[in-house]
Structures are given as C-alpha cells and as structure tokens.
Design a protein around this ligand. Structure first.
Ligand code: FDA
Length: 512
C-alpha cells in the first residue's frame, strides 16, 4: 500500500478537487501546515491523557459547513484508504474521535450546530455539532416549561452523547437522551443522506445508544422535548465519615432507585481533608427535584430522613438555572452555556459499573480505603441512581440495555495535571485495582458498562486487520448485552466493508 504521507496528500488533493467541483470554500480544511491546525484540534479535547499516549495526529481536519463536504470527505477517504473519524463535542474518554494508531482524518462537526425548536409539537431538530449547553440555552429561550433530558456537562457534544445514551439529572423521570430520538439525518458509507424513513428501522434503532461511529455520520437528531414545571428545586449536601456518611450512603442504596421519580439523588464520593486536618471521605449529595421545596422536604422526611435535609439546603429556581447549578456555574450568566471551551483541562481515566444489590457497609468501608490511597480530591466515585422511567423500556427497545434491575451506575474517575503526568501509571493502576476489587459487588455475566463512559480496558478491536465476533463480544456485551448481536447484524447490512471503524466499533460478520 501507499505510505501514510502519500495517502494524506492524495486525500488532500482529492478533497480539494471535490470542494472545487461543488464550489465549496476550502477554508474548512486544516492540515498541520495551517497556523490554526493545533487550536482547532485541541479546542474540544477534554481529556489530555489519550493524545499524550498516542503518536498519530490527524493529517487533515475538515470542519464542514455543508453536507456535501462530508460526502466529499467520505468519498476521498474511501478512495485513498485513509481512516475517517467523526468528532462532535470531543468528550470521548479515550479520545477515539481525534486520535488513531493508523493514518486518519477528522470530520469535525463544530460548524453544523443549528438548533430549531418547535414549541407547537414539543420537538427539536439538533445538529450533532451542537453542545448540550447550546441546546439547553436555546430551549430555555423559547419556553419556561420545555426541556430536554441529557447530560450535566454543558460542553458535551450532541453527536457522541445522544448516539451513546445520555444520562442526566432528570433521567429517573424522563429516561435518557436516546429514548427521545424520533428522527435522524445520517450520511452512510456510500455518502448517501438518509432520514428515519429511508434508513429503515434497523439502522434508526442502532444509532439510538449503539454509538453513531459504527454506522455513519449523524448530521442531526430530531428529539421529543419534555414538559417540566416552571420551578424546580436543587440541593447540594455533604456528609463526612464523622457525620455518618457510611450509614447514610448504605441507606441511600435502598432509596435512590425507588423514591419519587421526580427526584434524582446523585452521589459523589471523594477523599477530602476535614476541618481538623484529618483525612476523611465526603459524600456529596447533589439533587434535582422536579417540583417545589415543600413537596421535596415531605418526600425526604418520609423516605430518607437519615440525610437530615432541611429547607435551608434547598433552592427553588427555573430548570435552566439548575443546569448552571449542576455545572458549577451558579450565579453566572446563562450565556456561559454557549461557551464551547473550558480552561481547566486535566488528564483522566474513567470506568463504569452497574450495581444490582446494595453494597454492604463493610464493602463501602473498603471503598473508602481505596479513596484514601489517592491524594485529596484526586479520585472520585459517582453513584447515579436508575429506576423510574429508565425501567419503563425493555432491554432491547434501543441498544442502551441498562434497564430494570439496576439500582445505580458507578462512575470511577481519577485525574492528574500535566506536571504529574510522568506518574500517571500510578493512578491508572489505582483505578484498575479498585475496579477489580469491585467485581464482587457489581453486575456479572456480563459485567455491564456504560458506552458513553468509554473504557478500552474492557476490550477492543484489532487496530490493524479485522476483528472477530468473539473478540468484539468481550467489550460489546458489556456495553450492549444481547443487543450486540443485532448491532452486528445491522452493521453487516449497512457497512459490510467496515468503512466506519474505531477501537470499539461494531465489526461486520462479513470480515471474520
Ligand atoms: P466525541 O466527539 O468525542 O465523540 C464520541 C464518539 O462518538 C466518538 O467515537 C465519535 O467518533 C462518535 N461521534 C461523534 N459525533 C458523531 C456523529 N455526528 N456521527 C457519528 N458518530 C459520532 N455522559 C452522560 O451520559 N452524562 C453526563 O452527565 C456526562 N458528563 C460528561 C462530562 C464530561 C466532562 C465528559 C468528558 C463526558 C461526560 N459524559 C457524560 C460522557 C459523554 O456522554 C461521552 O463522552 C459522549 O460520547 C461525548 O460526546 P461528544 O460528541 O462530546 O464526543
């Protein structure tokens, strides 16, 4: 085959020609020779770890303003055998949207981010380059009682997030983002543009939780908006070990998935220094109630008095202000939701698990020991409750299979700074040890994982050459359970040559 330098220049030549043919401006093409290449590449990266481990940078970045430019990129990538990756918000935990071990180009959706809200039918068309912050902001501009159920971090991209699931503070009442997708616009491996009708129900099923990556480039999703009360209530409450955190967290497991579904009690656990300088664990309860404070207090008094929530802990506000609250922007102007970049970017590793039986108190105490092995505030566990609306769907309704039977999802995270990166292996080892310890307390056969918390430790494809069903099943069943079979079947139909591929994409059976 051609050398990677040849492939890149052939691709670029082809792309330039295609752009000329369609009278497209070529200022949406960046190569390493462009002054702004680095800033375009880095602007949406949220985790510095993956790129610091990988040698390859994209030989071309395309930031299309029009669909024909995406079609051109697909055509030329195919013609010259160079891999194509798609990036929307760039939040992939393992950087799969912007790094690769083989020569590649990026189609970056940042300029395709229009959002149109239909307040008559309570729907919205959202282009995949939009961020969650832009979506929430735009909905709130139009209505005080419409909203959408998706993730907490405003800079997360719609493309990766919706196609991989999308859990947020209203998921117990309203499910996940992918549950609300009612139409989509997608370009397939032949460069053809489809809507729901022309792509067919199989492919439309696949991109609602199965990840866009394996099946095409999603340009836009049409979603059903949700109706919310004008006033919601939020609170952040912290309990340390000295304040009975162990007993309260233990009890929380019996409440979190069963309590009124208007209430989502999320829990963050971190090792912190207490006021007397001693190391302790802080249980940070962060919660949203879709209703007024008095009703919330009544529910908490009935179902979870152990937390000792009082009125002073709570704040009533419009839903859009709660978005700022959970993003750590309380008191700031709403405009901050339109900000696509962030200043503090760290190196991190994340992993996930599902819990079906409460973890006993001595198990929690062992988790605290793990947390105390890391520096203050470096490591964090998030316990995100399930139940409610999430359970109303069968495991095969969409590819996201984590339904009835789960009390909560665990997100493990550990982060470090650039100066500390030389010792990163220490932290990676720590999170892997914790994950292996946790095996006894979490889901088994498969040990389920959340696709949007991408983790290459749980298995991956061959980077060069084909991947067998058996090999891909190792990670595939963890993310998708039995839905993985159907995803493979659909992949086989829509992309048998495996044009759309990455380290954890669904392989077609034709290549085993
Ligand atoms: P990115 O652009 O990196 O894409 C992710 C994957 O999707 C890649 O494989 C990419 O190729 C593919 N892809 C992207 N756009 C596509 C398109 N248009 N068509 C086809 N394929 C496409 N999750 C959650 O459920 N709830 C939460 O609250 C949060 N919070 C959160 C905070 C922070 C700081 C981070 C870093 C991540 C989260 N997440 C999350 C996880 C998040 O949902 C996950 O990383 C998403 O895949 C991110 O989507 P992006 O478009 O930003 O990623």
């Amino acid at each position: 085959g051609a050398s990677s330098a040849d492939k890149s220049s052939d691709f670029l030549e082809c792309l330039t020609l295609q752009f000329q043919k369609s009278n497209s401006e070529s200022d949406s093409i960046y190569t390493p020779q462009n002054a702004s290449y680095s800033s375009v590449l880095q602007s949406s990266i949220r985790n510095l770890r993956p790129a610091s481990n990988s040698g390859q940078r994209p030989s071309v970045i395309i930031t299309p303003e029009h669909e024909s430019q995406i079609q051109a990129a697909i055509y030329c990538s195919k013609k010259h055998g160079i891999q194509l990756k798609v990036r929307s918000g760039g939040h992939d935990y393992e950087g799969l949207s912007y790094i690769s071990e083989t020569p590649f180009v990026i189609v970056d959706m940042r300029n395709l981010r229009s959002i149109s809200i239909d307040t008559e039918n309570n729907t919205a068309w959202v282009q995949t380059g939009a961020t969650l912050g832009e979506l929430y902001y735009t909905i709130a501009e139009k209505s005080k009682t419409l909203a959408f159920t998706a993730g907490v971090c405003p800079t997360v991209g719609v493309g990766g997030h919706f196609s991989g699931g999308g859990y947020g503070m209203m998921s117990r009442k309203h499910g996940i983002a992918a549950d609300h997708i009612i139409d989509a616009k997608l370009i397939d491996a032949n460069g053809q543009i489809h809507d729901r009708e022309s792509m067919g129900e199989d492919l439309f099923w696949a991109i609602r939780g199965g990840g866009g990556t394996s099946f095409g480039i999603v340009i836009a999703f049409k979603v059903k908006l949700i109706v919310i009360p004008e006033t919601v209530t939020v609170f952040n409450v912290t309990r340390t070990l000295e304040q009975n955190a162990t007993q309260i967290v233990h009890r929380w497991q019996y409440v979190a998935d069963k309590i009124d579904e208007n209430l989502l009690l999320r829990l963050f656990l971190r090792s912190i220094n207490s006021s007397n300088g001693k190391r302790t664990v802080g249980a940070f309860f962060t919660s949203l109630y879709l209703g007024r404070v008095d009703d919330l207090l009544q529910i908490m008094q009935d179902k979870f008095p152990e937390l000792g929530l009082v009125k002073e802990d709570c704040t009533e506000m419009p839903w859009i202000e709660s978005i700022l609250f959970f993003a750590g922007f309380q008191g700031k102007s709403r405009d901050i939701l339109l900000n696509r970049t962030r200043d503090s970017i760290r190196y991190f590793k994340g992993k996930s698990d599902y819990v079906k039986q409460p973890i006993p108190e001595y198990g929690l105490k062992n988790i605290w020991k793990f947390l105390n092995q890391e520096d203050e505030n470096r490591a964090e566990l998030q316990f995100s409750p399930y139940g409610g609306r999430i359970d109303d769907f069968s495991e095969s309704e969409i590819p996201f299979p984590h339904r009835s039977g789960n009390i909560f999802m665990i997100h493990y995270g550990v982060g470090w700074s650039q100066e500390e990166n030389a010792k990163s292996q220490r932290h990676i080892n720590w999170i892997r040890r914790l994950y292996s310890f946790m095996a006894r307390y979490v889901s088994k056969s498969p040990r389920a994982a959340y696709f949007n918390y991408r983790d290459l430790d749980i298995g991956m494809n061959n980077i060069k050459g084909n991947t067998s069903y058996r090999q891909a099943s190792v990670w595939g069943f963890k993310y998708f359970k039995n839905n993985f079979r159907r995803l493979v079947h659909i992949k086989n139909k829509v992309d048998p040559t495996n044009f759309f591929r990455n380290e954890q994409s669904v392989p077609p059976e034709s290549l085993w």
